[in-house]
Design a binder for this molecule. Structure first.
Ligand SMILES: [Zn+2]
Length: 239
């Protein structure tokens, strides 16, 4: 049962906080809004500023509950707004803005050799603690004559957009693979991500050296162990 059915449409109710208006639109469209989902198409022009005000006010409440004197402590006086701005416009920007424009070209040269892009720097944060996740990605593409070709820098743009959300590494690489697959339609796609999770070093077990490595293989990379080996041998040794 859809709980929203009985509720009146919140669309024009400007008395509601902007986050609730956005949430109502997402629920009406039956879409998901997990931490690593992009919700840009549900945000009306101009609402981002209102959202920033709302998050800043709530962040101020967090500082108050942490018993920090933001009135006399000049260091934390504007922290609430700085954190709100950092979340909405920097580190979690990939939730709130539309996908970067990527021009696709036909594969006029009929490229059909393994192509590797990387390392692409990854800056993300874990969904569990909002702690930074910093690392690198390598992308392997095996094009065919129908594959769309995109500029090398576009892989980095797409990765930045997907990683600019609270993420779980395993889900992040799958989201990125789906996006590149959809944009370029190659015969094979391989992604390896290696990252340090600050929730392992700054807190928790406080292990400074642990890194998480994972990969997704699609198409011919799944079927052809030689191709997989070639890709893995060409990306720099990790550890
Ligand atoms: Zn974490």
């Amino acid at each position: 049962m859809n709980m929203m059915e009985s509720a009146k449409p919140a669309e024009d109710d400007t008395a509601l906080p902007v986050s609730e208006r956005i949430r109502a639109r997402i629920l009406n469209a039956n879409q998901r809004f997990h931490a690593n989902d992009n919700i840009a198409s549900f945000i009306a022009p101009g609402e981002t500023d209102a959202l920033l005000d709302e998050v800043a006010a709530k962040m101020k409440g967090v500082l108050e509950s942490l018993v920090i004197d933001t009135e006399s402590d000049h260091n934390t006086h504007d922290t609430a707004r700085r954190v709100a701005k950092m979340y909405l416009t920097e580190v979690f920007r990939g939730r709130y803005v539309a996908a970067p424009p990527v021009t696709e070209f036909p594969n006029a040269e009929r490229l059909n050799e393994l192509m590797i892009v990387g390392p692409i720097t990854v800056r993300s944060a874990c969904s569990h603690h909002f702690c930074p996740v910093i690392g690198s990605i390598w992308i392997g593409v095996l094009p065919n004559e129908h594959t769309n070709v995109i500029g090398l820098s576009k892989y980095a743009r797409l990765a930045e957009w997907v990683m600019g959300r609270p993420q779980i590494q395993e889900e992040a690489v799958v989201q990125l693979a789906d996006l590149i697959q959809e944009k370029t339609q190659p015969d094979g796609l391989a992604i390896v991500m290696e990252a340090s999770h600050f929730c392992m070093s700054w807190r928790g077990v406080k292990d400074m050296d642990s890194k998480m490595i994972n990969s997704v293989m699609r198409g011919v990379f799944l079927k052809d162990p030689n191709l997989r080996r070639e890709f893995l041998s060409l990306i720099p040794k990790k550890g």
